[in-house]
Design a protein around this ligand. Structure first.
Ligand code: NAP
Ligand code: SF4
Length: 672
């Protein structure tokens, strides 16, 4: 009997039976834009080999005006179709199935030619859309149907029509963006005419024996969103128009509520999909923050959906399904929902990858092939850089010894996981621990490796990390001053705290200090109330007034730069951290000089002329002033002429994060 009987059960769609209930959801990786079709094909084929039931490609534009940005990929020419055949062919060779997503971005298209039901600019784009006339609407429908026919010609097993997240089809559905008074707007029946007509025409274009997924917005999370009755009516009409599966979309991109970030509780929106179960006969897929086989199985066992969509977890581990099926779930590299290497890359125009798996989207370039002549290697430091290097070196067949002076693996990851909303880091440390235990790595914890003792190895990889920067503030040795390390290890602060430094760690510490009791990430009802998410059955679009719990402490967060604190946080997650702290009443001050600390608090002034001297009356000052490289060992090894590589924070402390550390560790291991 399988450990995951619901997840691994086949799904019969009539003309085809999927081997399990796992969909790899669509992700825009920017891979297609490289035009390296071998690389694109290898990305998907790797995941097909890992056993996923069905995959959906990144969004392909049906026409130029519907592209997410000018030049976005689509199927416009015979050459495009031939390129996509490379992808579908390689997936089929690997035993997988793949559907192409058709994404018309509507007013979210980042370009001057964008079109929409009404000429209303979105708050997340500088480009006002053109309102379509009747002929323009017909052209969009025809282009989407043509794209679907081309997808079939290109060898795909199906298409997904993107109807959620605030894109073109979704924009027609709600009064928020559709002010039309013709047959495409006004009443609910008119507003849903376009998506239903699109599905009808797509079905007509592709024939019966082709998978047609419609991604339906179940909870818009924007003002004037759809009512639940409208959602159910639409779902039934989409089924009637020929869809074979309904996939779930949660929230528009412009929503003020996070829907996939790490602080969103696991399976936070499965209850919304459950409301739709029984309303249609075709299978329904649930999604958002499902990242382990246990969670996916529970969601299906509880009748929340017929199938589960996971996207980012397949960047973290292409073998998610195969490992689950083999009873090796603890070996699945966990997606920690950080967005740091996937969505943050996508939005910066870079190729996506994954913080925990730098090989994602780099399968053809970053390889961990076995070595002909294994070496005896020492890795010093069991933080993310050292761990990833050690594991990758072991994979390649080297003989590896891993040292750390601490008694546990994980380094700074052990601090990150204390922060409310970063609970996923527990899973990452657990995964590293599992993988090291099953590897051939000799582990020496609680051991300070010296240059003398390391002389016996062929090469040494130093990953000794960072130490906190000394900001040199007069009075900082007082009993009322703590470092972030003390605080995250449990040191007690007073009720009023000043946090010196508003980088990633300053923000983390401010969240830690203002949170009273358990993290809301672990309590779905509390989290929904804090962010103002209501049952869409009672509130249009599922919106309610946010209700933040009172802060545990009064916190002031400071930096010297005269800019908005938090500007350098992740592109797709920084706003969540800022909103969380604002809701907790945290005051954020930029452009300050730290004059001194005494018993009364922190004395600051403003600007280069040190004007406006004043006291910030606090009980405790917490120093989060950045990091410096810990290079003592590296310098000693180099002085002795020992072959040494330096990685992670020990190499470069500035802007260090786990993404860079893991990437550098893996890439070094690939080169030794
Ligand atoms: P950081 O992001 O470099 O921030 C350091 C802070 O200290 C800045 O606010 C800086 O602002 C201040 N500072 C620098 N030198 C100072 C000095 N001499 N005296 C007083 N203040 C000083 O470093 P971090 O916060 O320690 O974070 C380390 C790394 O981990 C960063 O790369 C960060 O992005 C990453 N991280 C990321 C996340 C995340 O959520 N993605 C979370 C935690 C950490 P001023 O110079 O303006 O004063
Ligand atoms: Fe998940 Fe972070 Fe990897 Fe993206 S970068 S797939 S969010 S672990």
């Amino acid at each position: 009997m399988s450990l995951y009987p619901h997840l691994l059960a086949p799904l019969n769609l009539g003309h085809v039976t999927l081997p399990n209930r796992v969909l790899m959801g669509s992700m825009h990786t920017n891979l297609e834009e490289t035009k390296d079709w071998n690389r694109v094909a290898e990305f998907y084929a790797t995941r097909a080999r890992g056993g996923v039931g069905l995959m959906v490609t990144g969004g392909m534009a049906p026409n130029r005006e519907g592209g997410v940005f000018p030049g976005a990929s689509g199927l416009f020419s015979p050459e495009d179709i031939a390129n996509h055949r490379v992808v579908s062919g390689r997936v089929h060779e690997a035993g997988g199935r793949i559907a192409m997503q058709i994404l018309h971005a509507g007013r979210y298209a980042y370009g001057p030619d964008c079109v929409a039901p009404s000429a209303i600019k979105s708050p997340i784009s500088p480009f006002p859309p053109k309102e379509l006339d009747e002929a323009g609407i017909e052209k969009q429908i025809a282009d989407i149907a043509t794209a679907a026919a081309r997808a079939r010609e290109a060898g795909y097993d199906g298409v997904e029509v993107m109807g959620s997240e605030g894109y073109f089809l979704n924009e027609f559905l709600v009064a928020h963006t559709n002010k039309r008074t013709d047959r495409w707007g006004g009443t609910a029946e008119n507003r849903m005419r376009l998506p239903v007509e699109v599905v009808r025409r797509v079905r007509q274009a592709v024939g019966e024996d082709f998978i047609l997924i419609y991604r339906i917005s179940l909870i818009d999370l924007v003002p004037e969103g759809q009512s639940w009755d409208e959602v159910v009516t639409l779902a039934r009409a989409i089924e009637g128009a020929g869809a074979s599966i309904l996939n779930t979309g949660i929230g528009w991109h412009e929503a003020r509520i996070p829907t996939i970030a790490t602080s969103v509780p696991r399976r936070a929106f499965a209850w919304v999909t459950k409301k739709l179960m029984g309303e249609v006969r075709i299978p329904i897929i649930t999604s958002n923050r499902i990242n382990t086989p246990e969670v996916a199985e529970a969601v299906l066992a509880e009748g929340c959906a017929d199938m589960v969509s996971m996207a980012r977890p397949f960047l973290a581990d292409p073998e998610f399904v195969a490992k689950a099926a083999a009873g090796r779930a603890a070996e699945i590299a966990p997606c920690i929902a950080c967005n740091q290497a996937c969505l943050d890359h996508t939005f910066a125009g870079k190729i996506s990858s994954c913080l925990v798996n730098p090989r994602a989207c780099h399968e053809t370039e970053l390889k961990l092939d076995p070595v002909a002549k294994p070496k005896r290697l020492a890795v010093v430091g069991a933080g993310p850089a050292g761990l990833s290097a050690a594991l990758a070196l072991d994979t390649r067949g080297h003989e590896v010894t891993l040292f750390d002076k601490a008694d546990a693996l994980g380094g700074q990851l052990n601090l990150a996981r204390q922060v409310p909303g970063k609970e996923e880091f527990h899973g990452l440390v657990d995964w590293f621990t599992t993988m090291v235990a099953k590897s051939g790595i000799a582990v020496k914890l609680g051991t300070e490796a010296t240059a003398e003792a390391l002389a016996e190895f062929d090469e040494v990889i130093v990953a000794t990390g960072v130490r906190p920067r000394d900001p040199g503030i007069p009075g900082q040795r007082g009993a009322n001053v703590l470092s972030y390390i003390d605080v995250l290890k449990g040191a007690v602060t007073g009720p009023r705290v000043a946090v010196v430094g508003a980088g990633g760690i300053g923000f983390d510490v401010a969240e830690y200090l203002t949170q009273a009791g358990d993290s809301p990430t672990l309590h779905l009802d509390e989290w929904l109330a804090e962010w103002g998410v209501a049952d869409p059955g009672t509130a249009r679009g599922g919106l309610a007034a946010p209700r933040a719990e009172p802060p545990a402490r009064e916190v002031v967060l400071l930096q010297r730069k005269p800019e908005k604190p938090g500007r350098k946080l992740g592109k797709t997650t920084g706003w969540i951290h800022r909103a969380t702290l604002q809701a907790k009443g945290v005051k954020m001050l930029g452009g300050v000089n730290y004059e001194r600390i005494d018993d009364t608090g922190l004395h600051v002034s403003t600007g280069p002329d040190r004007s406006d001297p004043r006291l910030i009356p606090v009980d405790t000052v917490v120093l989060c002033a950045g990091q410096e490289s810990e290079r003592k060992l590296a310098d000693a090894l180099l002085a002795k002429g020992i072959f040494t590589h330096v990685i992670g924070g020990a190499d470069l402390a500035a802007e260090l994060d786990a993404k860079r550390a893991i990437d550098q560790g893996t890439r070094l291991a690939a080169s030794i």
